[in-house]
Design a protein around this ligand. Structure first.
Ligand code: FES
Ligand code: FES
Length: 163
């Protein structure tokens, strides 16, 4: 195969900005995000679909970006952790809840957790503790900070039902 045929142009919208990058056919989406777009808030904990650290939003659904080839994201709309806060730095409500409930220790799992919590709250308007733990089962926290993560999510549910 000719060398140029192994590379593909991928055009996507990421955090509202349209970008085109040329990637090897075998490149994973998480590596496109981190290496080509320099959005390093999306982490790689395993790259074998185990830990959830690489979770992003792809066309409105939370996905583990190490399970997607970059070329499969051609034409897609992606949101990463960098796209959640307001331009002035105001945290997204899920980020603020994590902050307020001390739901992070080293922070390595946090971007993926936050993206998965957003999906969880889309799927469940009033999740039980079991729903929350089940919804986040694909995200591993090596600091084992699950208790406060669950409390943070519960605080978001309480806010929504009170508003
Ligand atoms: Fe994708 Fe661990 S890096 S699941
Ligand atoms: Fe350290 Fe979760 S806060 S891995």
């Amino acid at each position: 195969m000719h060398e140029a045929e192994k590379h593909h142009a991928v055009t996507l919208t990421i955090n509202g900005a349209r970008r085109t990058v040329t990637v090897e056919a075998r490149k994973l989406l998480v590596h496109l995000i981190r290496e080509d777009l320099r959005l390093t808030g999306t982490h790689v904990g395993c790259d074998t679909s185990q830990c959830g650290a690489c979770t992003i939003e792809l066309d409105g659904r939370a996905v583990k970006s190490c399970t997607v080839l970059a070329v499969m994201a051609d034409g897609a709309s992606i949101t990463t952790i960098e796209g959640l806060s307001e331009p002035g730095g105001t945290l997204h409500p899920v980020q603020a809840a994590f902050h307020d409930h001390h739901a992070l220790q080293c922070g390595f799992c946090t971007p993926g957790m936050v993206m998965s919590v957003r999906q969880l709250l889309k799927d469940h308007s009033d999740p039980s503790e079991e729903d929350i733990r089940h919804g986040l089962a694909g995200n591993i926290c090596r600091c084992t900070g699950y208790h406060n993560i669950v409390r943070a999510v519960e605080s978001l549910v309480v806010k929504e039902t009170q508003s």
